[in-house]
Unconditional design. Structure first.
Length: 122
């Protein structure tokens, strides 16, 4: 199961990449990794190391805190004295839902790549 922090950072990485109108390949080049690795980062399947996060910040023109904005950890919002034994009881996303989300992500990347190549006339 993916770590919720890794999933959140990955989603924020994807959002910043799309906002910057970069393909996974273009970001991968800036990070010194493969496009597949960028995809794994964005899905939360792989953890982004500090060095790569720094490079992403520079290429995407965001601060390191950008990647953690909106994240509420398991203890967020819990009052003192509450029973912590129910932390993490949220069920993991279903496999079908994840597969659908990955397919949509790939489709968006293909569309963005096509738009960029049409704009450049290639």
């Amino acid at each position: 199961m993916n770590d919720p922090v890794d999933a959140h950072v990955g989603a924020r990485l994807r959002h910043a990449r799309l906002t910057a109108q970069l393909s996974q390949e273009e970001l991968a080049l800036a990070l010194g990794v493969s496009a597949e690795r960028v995809h794994q980062y964005e899905c939360g399947a792989e953890r982004v190391g500090a060095g790569r996060l720094y490079l992403a910040c520079r290429r995407l023109n965001v601060s390191p805190t950008y990647f953690f904005e909106g994240y509420e950890g398991p203890a967020a919002g819990s009052a003192a004295g509450e029973d912590p034994s129910h932390e993490g009881d949220t069920p993991a996303p279903e496999t079908e839902e994840r597969a659908s989300r990955l397919a949509v992500d790939r489709l968006i990347d293909q569309i963005m790549q096509r738009i960029r190549s049409e704009r450049s006339g290639t």
